[in-house]
Design a protein around this ligand. Structure first.
Ligand code: ZN
Length: 258
């Protein structure tokens, strides 16, 4: 089982070594910025490395929204980050499922997702597989509740997108973790990556605050069960720097093996 962590973008390979990680995830730009990635000096080293690389897209991206001034740049930013991710040999580009505003019809959000994939296909396709991640909050989110996820996949399944399951987001989003993997696979047919995080908040709180495994409100053995059932690579997005994340990686490895 490949297990690693979300790390700072300055020196991802150094950060992987410090944590004894098999996988790393990082941002190519400030996650709050609307910015295309720049070429990285360590691109060749990242491509050649035994460490599996995943890139997290900026948080600003929301291809579902009805707001043109966010939706159109979001499509372009997703394309440019897929290209930047390919340059470093990434196996996937993780992007949040997005949402529409309270008063808006979520059906339009699903349709906008389809349009984002159509736009990408017209431009030659995403350079890196896009993995859509479930989110914790919002009443009009495309990938918080799995009934919405099913409708999203009805709209975009033909494009064969990937899926990233975040355990904190599922718990805080109000979805039972014990059955989550089976229910997601019934919808998407796949889980490409697990974000193994504990949650500081209660089930169905809608809040997105990650914690170290066993330190929050999720039974850590439930996270282990999800990792086992999914059989996908793992990234912990937990606090505590090298020590906190290395402990989370060790906790999982001790239970699921290497
Ligand atoms: Zn996540």
């Amino acid at each position: 089982m490949r297990i690693g962590a979300h790390v700072d973008s300055t020196d991802p390979l150094g950060a992987a070594t410090a944590r004894d990680a098999d996988t790393v995830q990082f941002f190519l730009t400030d996650p709050q910025a609307w910015k295309d990635p720049s070429p990285r000096a360590d691109a060749e080293a990242l491509r050649a490395s035994d460490v599996d690389v995943y890139i997290h897209a900026p948080y600003r991206i929301n291809v579902a929204t009805l707001n043109n001034r966010i939706r159109i740049p979001s499509r372009k930013l997703l394309m440019s980050h897929a290209k930047g991710a390919a340059d470093v040999g990434a196996k996937g580009l993780i992007v949040h499922g997005g949402h529409v505003d309270k008063v808006e019809d979520i059906a339009t959000g699903f349709d906008n997702w389809r349009k984002a994939f159509e736009y990408a296909a017209k431009e030659g396709g995403f350079a890196t597989p896009v993995l859509i991640e479930n989110t914790a909050g919002g009443d009009n989110a495309c990938a918080r509740r799995f009934d919405a996820l099913a409708r999203l996949w009805d709209a975009i399944g033909d494009f064969e997108p990937g899926f990233c399951l975040d355990t904190c987001h599922a718990h805080a989003g109000g979805e039972d973790l014990l059955t989550a993997v089976d229910r997601i696979k019934a919808i998407t047919g796949r889980i490409d990556l697990i974000h193994a995080n504990d949650s500081k908040d209660d089930f169905d709180s809608g809040r997105d605050r990650h914690d170290n495994l066993g330190s929050g409100r999720i039974d850590p053995e439930l996270v282990v069960a999800v990792v086992r059932a999914a059989g996908a690579p793992v990234v912990v997005e937990t606090p505590g720097g090298v020590d906190g994340q290395a402990a989370d990686i060790t906790f999982l490895r001790d239970r699921v093996g290497r």
